[in-house]
Design a protein around this ligand. Structure first.
Ligand SMILES: [Ca+2]
Length: 301
């Protein structure tokens, strides 16, 4: 029996079937809904699919209720001035004491990291203290939203909206400077977004399970996703790289520094330059070295 004959014989059934047919057709044709026409990530989804990511997961991720254009996060990054961060907070006696406790709690994996990678315990401890306050502050923003928002800042309308609604009254910098910054960040963020999607797929993680900094840095070690793919290690040998785990973070930091040239007989100047690769701030690198030196003095091996 075909639909035509069915309709002729059963008017009441036709009324019941029509909505079902409309729904079936809507799934087959996948028309754009109103929300999709104003979706800030519509072009981004198309780009990711074009670049080889599977269509269904991408569409599924970006239809989740957690998805959003993170204006506050991007604004915080633009307005953030590294020089104004109070690095002296990490050199207080209470911070150093907490770092000493941390070295004691994780001495096994830290010793192993020094043995394998040639990176001293106190250097790793100093980095974890500064990056995430010993793992207690790893960021609150959804990494997928952060990187997706930055990635679409190549779009003039997105930049203009952000500038006029959040930034122009809070900065001395010009719109031209913001456009230049946003354009660079867009290219950077798209590559980091691709790395992030590869990472969560490889590790079987929900892409919305990971929160990070307003720059999209992940976990206790605050690695960007591209660094996770290249340098992160499974320190606790549970078969999964997860930088929210201390053992994984410790071995990953050791591997990162080792791969950038860290070794047992390193000069202070060379150490400083390697730390700039981890975080491109001279204040940061100097603080790491000072904390590590203080830890080494107070907590000799
Ligand atoms: Ca692990």
């Amino acid at each position: 029996m075909n639909f035509t004959s069915l309709f002729r014989r059963n008017t009441w059934k036709r009324l019941l079937l029509l909505p079902a047919i409309v729904v079936m057709c809507s799934f087959m044709l996948e028309p754009l809904t109103h929300s999709e026409t104003i979706d800030p990530f519509a072009a981004l989804k198309t780009r990711l699919i074009k670049d080889g990511f599977d269509r269904l997961p991408i569409r599924s991720f970006y239809s989740r209720p957690e998805v959003g254009f993170d204006k506050e996060g991007v604004s915080a990054y633009f307005l953030h001035c590294e020089e104004t961060l109070d690095y002296s907070q990490f050199l207080t006696r209470s911070s150093i004491d907490r770092a000493i406790d941390y070295l004691g709690q994780h001495q096994g994996v830290l010793k192993q990291a020094r043995s394998v990678y040639g990176v001293e315990e106190e250097v790793i401890g100093a980095i974890i203290l500064v990056e995430s306050r010993l793992g207690t502050s790893i960021g609150k923003r959804l990494v997928l939203n952060t990187l997706s928002t930055f990635a679409v800042l190549d779009d003039k309308d997105s930049r203009d909206s952000l500038w006029h609604s959040y930034l122009k009254d809070k900065t001395d910098r010009s719109k031209r400077q913001f456009d230049s910054w946003a354009s660079r960040k867009s290219t950077w963020a798209y590559n980091e977004l691709k790395a992030y999607l590869k990472y969560v797929k490889a590790e079987g993680l929900d892409p919305f399970s990971m929160r990070g900094s307003y720059a999209g840095a992940l976990g206790i070690a605050q690695f960007m996703p591209s660094s996770v793919l290249e340098f992160a290690r499974d320190g606790n040998r549970d078969g999964r790289i997860d930088l929210r785990d201390h053992d994984d973070a410790i071995e990953s930091i050791a591997n990162y520094l080792n791969r950038h040239g860290w070794g047992p007989t390193l000069s202070r100047d060379k150490a400083f330059r390697i730390l700039l690769r981890y975080n491109d701030s001279k204040y940061y690198a100097e603080t790491i070295l000072k904390v590590a030196e203080r830890l080494a003095k107070l907590c000799p091996r």
